[in-house]
Design a protein around this ligand. Structure first.
Ligand code: HEM
Length: 428
């Protein structure tokens, strides 16, 4: 179990449902596919995401994570257009370049703490995709500040100079300044006649909608404000960096523990490496041939449940899994329990990518959630995982320095406490 459940003070089970107390508030955890469908698809309109004032102070109250149901719909209709096939193709090419560059020196490094390096790679990938930021110094300082914001999201919301929460609030201010400056520069570039800078990033697309009211927005009367753009760029960095880096670390762990799977993968990926050897970087089309690798990615996501549960609030008294739930109660869809339920996945603790030769049962594969709040970056995340897998296993063999499976406490997502230190050598 992950961080928050460590804070459980009391819990009792009622069938597949358990009730616990977190930070003094009652939470009900539901772990059937039927509950997942009812709550996450929310056709009844009885469930919503909870507004937490302290989180809104950190990511902004115009963030997708904090907006009201109605505002969320409007925001999402703007952002969903950004995650097009074209953007994913660009991300694949850019991410491959980043990975090739990052991996190039690993054999001379002694021990590589995988999670630390992956956090840096995924941070760079997010910043390139969102705002085309590539300056190393600026990236370092922004990564530090986003880290403070994430830490503060789990801290007690006391805004006094020595608290973690305060540090997060100050860091948010600096992140907003960076984004304001970037937006200003873009507008100046766009309005100047000799504009040689061509940015292929999310910010450019959002500002294009903003300035001419055309582009991809479905509802021009609700064009985004700068505050909405800034809050959601920060949100997307947070949503995409840590999750993807953690998922990649788990994937390498599972792979190292399953030699047979690794052998299959090496065979598949060596063949694809030969086919793609005439071009410097992978393209989206290359990924469609990586069928075993994509099952490996799915199986890693199932086993790791990087986002272990999805919190919602009940808007009307109701009954779920035979349990009466009052209006205002916090409920959580426990994706991890569903992913490890033997009635849903046979031998759920066995790492077996071939289980995805067949479609998973309805409402049972939830690494990216489901319904109106489904992860916007799911195709990108899967593509990034396959790209890393390809480069990593065709470049290196590795040995694990510390295989401790403990999960870090007090993090937003399930990640390995050790960071998974490894030593690599070139695969000849
Ligand atoms: C392996 C990596 C990832 C995992 C496991 C993951 C998982 C999730 C999950 C489970 C949710 C929904 C939570 C809920 O329903 O309460 C979510 C939401 C979201 N994710 Fe991801 N994610 C990943 C990568 C990404 C990436 C690369 C991006 C790109 C920016 C991204 C952007 C978002 C956004 C914007 C939301 C909020 C959607 C909304 O509320 O409408 N995620 N993610």
């Amino acid at each position: 179990m992950s961080s928050f459940v460590v804070a459980v003070s009391v819990y009792y089970r009622y069938g597949s449902c358990f009730r616990t107390s977190l930070f003094g508030e009652a939470h009900v955890f539901l772990s059937t596919t039927e509950s997942a469908r009812a709550v996450l698809n929310n056709e009844s309109g009885m469930f919503t995401k909870r507004y937490i004032k302290s989180i809104a102070a950190l990511v902004g109250d115009r963030s997708l994570l904090c907006a009201s149901q109605h505002h969320h719909k409007i925001l999402r209709s703007h952002f969903i257009n950004l995650f097009s096939k074209k953007s994913t193709a660009l991300m694949v090419r850019n991410f491959d370049e980043l990975v090739v560059d990052a991996l190039s020196g690993w054999e001379h490094r002694g021990t590589v703490v995988l999670l630390t390096d992956l956090l840096q790679i995924t941070f760079k990938a997010m910043c390139k995709m969102l705002i085309s930021l590539e300056n190393e110094e600026e990236l370092d300082s922004l990564q530090r500040d986003v880290g403070f914001v994430c830490e503060a999201m789990l801290a007690f919301p006391l805004n006094l100079p020595w608290t973690r929460f305060h540090k997060g609030i100050m860091a948010r201010g600096r992140v907003m300044e960076v984004l304001e400056k970037t937006i200003r520069e873009r507008r100046n570039e766009t309005s100047s006649h000799n504009n040689n800078n061509h940015h292929e990033d999310f910010l450019q697309q959002l500002l294009a909608v903003d300035s001419d009211g055309s582009a991809s927005s479905s509802d021009h009367s609700t064009k985004l404000t700068d505050a909405e753009i800034k809050d959601n760029i920060l949100t997307m960095i947070i949503a995409g960096q840590d999750t993807t880096a953690s998922a990649l670390t788990w994937m390498v762990k599972y792979l190292g523990e399953n030699q047979k799977v690794l052998n299959f993968l090496i065979e598949e990926q060596t063949r694809i490496a030969k086919q793609a050897s005439d071009k410097p970087f992978l393209e989206l089309d290359d990924l469609t041939e990586m069928t075993y690798a994509s099952k490996m990615v799915k199986e890693s996501l199932r086993m790791a449940s990087v986002v272990p549960w999805f919190p919602r609030v009940v808007l009307q008294d109701c009954e779920m899994e035979g349990y009466k739930i009052n209006k205002g109660c916090n409920i959580n869809i426990d994706a991890r329990s569903i992913h490890l339920d033997p009635n849903v996945y046979s031998e759920p603790h066995k790492f077996n990518p071939s289980r995805f030769d067949e479609e998973a049962k309805a409402n049972s594969f939830l690494p990216f959630g489901m319904g109106g709040r489904t992860c916007l970056g799911l195709n990108m995340a899967k593509a990034m995982m396959v790209v890393f897998l390809h480069r990593f296993i065709t470049t290196y063999r590795w040995e694990v320095v510390d295989g401790d499976p403990s999960i870090e406490k007090w993090t937003l997502f399930a990640r390995l406490k050790s960071g998974y230190p490894i030593r690599v050598s070139r695969r000849l």
